[in-house]
Design a protein around this ligand. Structure first.
Ligand code: FES
Length: 533
């Protein structure tokens, strides 16, 4: 029975594959892939269509009075392969006499799109899809059968897999400038995207290589390459379960020509001009690329039970942040202000350092405080550029904002997942995500989390008001001793560092207890300034 509304039909005629994420009333998540077959493409491998071609295809379909049934063949299946968890977004689609199958990019197991069965004996879940006319408007709508394990599922993300930035993979630095998302200047990289000596073989190795790459162009290129390789089966191992995983740097390096200053020294306030604002945002996006790789490289080995969907979500985030950085950098060239020509600060990384011992803390502070704060202030920033008549920058900022909603969603998804794991370890004793989140903020944040809030987009991302109303951090620096005592207080569940986290930290030679940085008060204040101006 079709119970979950996906979208009006015309909205999914633009592409053949979509990442589809559902959330239930109980705030559980379910990751799916929607395939739409057409008579001309069902047997084709992944297609990367240009915008013009896509527009023509939509016109063709909308003008197709014949009711071509094949054009309406829509399938929904699990987002990850039941064998070893590969992402199915780049599966090959192969058509046989009586069936159509999706072929996993990692080990080539094929799964019937209708039944989910594979000849190997494995089976994935597939869901019935129906196209129904709205009784009032007659609009054709796509609905699907509800997954088990939750009530009142609704779509929180429906995003085309095809993305000009994501595919095909870059072959050289010049490919970036060719498609208009980056502009070469003093930052051109001299190293190859894939190192000739000891090329990375796993996602963890790529993550650490990218974190250690100071050149922003090369960081973007390597991100594009690694994510594409992971999705298409050129990399078939996450690599987080090996005995000696690669160690991420304490802080990713920056090019020596870049001037890193104390957060308070960055121009702020009402007089910041457009170029300065765009430069500040590009700086945040460059750190955001690193944050997405760092959460995988740092916490993957600590939490070996993290499912493949975790790495799929955060590698997608790394790719999004690379796209954002490139789009902003292209806008900066329009203002004759190359990226790196103004000072930058590293305040966002201070929050990463502060939360480097606990995945719960990292998800809470980076994704549910910092990124959620971005949702509050982005519309105001967009409004400023609209008033200035800068349509190109408005377009860029709107793309960024839409993606950021999905990043907060991912933060919420994995925060809730961590709480569920903790609940299971405690024999079912309730671990309430809202309470745990508020405790993390109390412990790892300084000062009030102030509105006005973008309630609508926060809700889309899973953050109901109970998460953030009257929220206050009580972290007080530089009283390290007091904070260490608070962090290690075993009466507070959320303040505990898991045994796995402690074990991996000890192997890596880190001291026990939380990690602090000097000047954190100034750093956090600067982050707020960055978002709020
Ligand atoms: S066949 Fe899909 S992960 Fe192995």
């Amino acid at each position: 029975m079709a119970e979950v509304f996906i979208s009006p039909l015309h909205n999914i005629l633009s592409h053949f594959r979509f990442i589809l994420t559902l959330r239930s009333e109980e705030r559980k998540y379910h990751g799916l892939i929607l395939f739409r077959l057409s008579s001309s493409s069902s047997s084709a491998r992944y297609e990367d269509e240009g915008a013009d071609q896509r527009d023509r295809r939509v016109d063709d379909l909308e003008n197709d009075d014949s009711g071509n049934a094949l054009n309406r063949q829509i399938y929904v299946m699990e987002a990850t392969c039941p064998h070893l968890g590969a992402e199915m977004s780049h599966a090959d689609i192969e058509e046989y006499e009586d069936s159509v199958v999706a072929v996993c990019p990692w080990h080539r197991y094929d799964f019937d799109l209708k039944t989910g069965k594979s000849e190997t004996g494995l089976r994935t879940c597939t869901y019935d899809v129906q196209i129904m006319a709205d009784p009032k408007t007659g609009e054709e709508q796509v609905w699907m059968e509800a997954p088990q394990g939750g009530r009142n599922w609704r779509v929180v993300e429906l995003r085309p897999v095809s993305d000009e930035f994501a595919d095909p993979p870059p072959e050289s630095i010049s490919s970036l400038s060719a498609n208009g998302v980056a502009t070469p200047h003093a930052q051109e990289a001299t190293e190859p995207v894939v190192p000739e000596k000891n090329p990375p073989k796993t996602l963890m190795e790529w993550a650490v290589l990218i974190l250690n790459t100071p050149n922003p162009t090369l960081k973007v290129e390597r991100t594009r390459y690694a994510v594409h390789a992971f999705r298409t089966g050129a990399i078939t191992s996450v690599g987080n379960k090996v005995a000696h995983p690669p160690v991420p740097p304490a802080q990713p390096p920056r090019e020596t020509y870049m001037t890193i200053v104390e957060p308070g020294k960055i121009q702020s306030g009402k007089r910041r001009n457009k170029a300065v604002m765009l430069h500040a945002l590009a700086n945040i996006e460059q750190w955001a690329i690193d944050l997405a790789w760092d959460i995988m490289a740092r916490f993957g080995p600590m939490h070996k039970d993290l499912p493949p969907a975790f790495f799929a979500d955060f590698s997608k985030m790394a790719l999004d942040e690379s796209k954002h950085f490139s789009l902003l950098r292209a806008r900066l060239t329009a203002f004759s202000t190359p990226y790196g020509s103004l000072p930058i600060h590293a305040s966002l990384w201070d929050s990463a350092t502060l939360t480097s011992r606990s995945l719960l803390s990292r998800l809470a502070i980076i994704h549910l405080v910092h990124e959620a704060r971005g949702l509050d202030v982005n519309p105001k920033t967009i409004e400023k550029f609209k008033k200035a008549g800068d349509k190109e920058s408005v377009d860029v900022l709107e793309v960024i904002h839409a993606d950021e909603v999905t990043h907060v969603t991912a933060g919420h998804r994995w925060f809730v997942w961590m709480c569920e794991q903790q609940q299971q370890r405690q024999g079912g004793l309730e671990v309430n995500p809202v309470q745990v989140f508020r405790e993390e903020v109390r412990r790892c944040w300084h000062g009030d989390i102030k509105g006005p809030f973008n309630v609508e987009d926060r809700e889309k991302a899973g953050l109901s008001r109970e998460f953030y109303d009257d929220l206050k951090g009580e972290m007080s620096y530089p009283d390290h001793e007091e904070n260490a005592r608070m962090t290690m207080n075993k009466t507070t569940k959320s303040a505990e560092i898991s045994p796995e986290e402690t074990q991996v930290e000890q192997k890596r030679g880190n001291r026990e207890g939380p990690v602090y940085t000097d000047g954190i008060q100034e750093a956090l204040a600067a982050v707020r300034v960055t978002y709020e101006t």
